[in-house]
Design a protein around this ligand. Sequence first.
Ligand code: 3PG
Length: 360
Amino acid sequence: MQEIKLLKDADVKGKRVLVRVDFNEPVKDGVVADDVRIKAVLPTIAYLREHGAASIILLTHLARPTSPQDPSGDLTPIRTALGALIDMQGIELHENLRFNPGEESNDPEFAKELAALGDVYVNDAFAASHREHASIVGVPKLLPSYAGLLMGREIAGLTPALTPPPGALAIIGGAKFETKLHLIQKLLSQYSELLLGGALGNDIIKARGLPFGASIVSHEPVPIDVAINDRLMPPMDAVVMSGPGAEREAIIVDIRAEERIIDIGPATSTLWAEKIAAAPFVLWNGPMGIYEEGYVDGTNVLAEALSKSPARAVVGGGDTIAALTKHSFDAQKVFVSTGGGAMLDFLAHGTLPGLEALRN
Ligand code: 3PG
């Protein structure tokens, strides 16, 4: 199999360099609320400048706009945040790729249009490299293509999670069990324990015949061998809500039909924090509660435990990182990925479409 070419092997002197980045950052009231993905690409930009690139054309998507008029896709906040971090001389931020439907449909014509803008292509968009979109898998067919410095950092940081040591602990939150089934099966074969929070935990509670009330669950049933796997642990208690302001803590067997689980409960967070403190290695992606609605306590307890734990760790997903970065932690021990879905797909398959495209 052909090796992935790295930026250090590229001749960029005097060239127009197209860099696919992932600046899909949260924007609130027209302002970038978290610029971690923008900052993560700065070393690649600096490298290209130092090595004499004639110009740098940054390609990104933002959100899932329905048309070029959809304000959610407006790159102005991104341009402002980038401009506050670096001198934009010689750098162009191309319009939101998703304004063109050819991006998501991986239209070869759109890939051609993009490729015509540069002489060399660099993929530094780890967080979007699970998408088979024109800018990720189409353009590298047309130009000499390389993995950027962030891409290299992500692969090096995530690879230890593919071969965890004995006693390793995995924690996965969020929703859509069916899209994570392959990963969950893989983790169950490699990790000593897998803790499932968020809607994924609800699916296991349901599959084990326990009451789940009106909680969010997937439509697809969980395969029985997964549901009964004793390495897999859903919460044993939860914060539940039956209506606005009507919240209580309940052990799982006591959840009523009208109640929905909004977070893991205190007994669960205490037990899981102890497991984090004792594990040699922790992999964590995804919140434990409905984070976007403000149910952040369970996630925060685990984040604090991880920040104090001697464990080596790999962490990803926007909400998980937001919780972790409220605490000071040892960046030598904890690798923080810029990827959410891309991190999960990389762990499930050991590669991503965007990486494979760089082997051409
Ligand atoms: C992400 O934030 O996970 C990536 O930018 C991909 O975004 P998408 O889920 O809208 O494709």
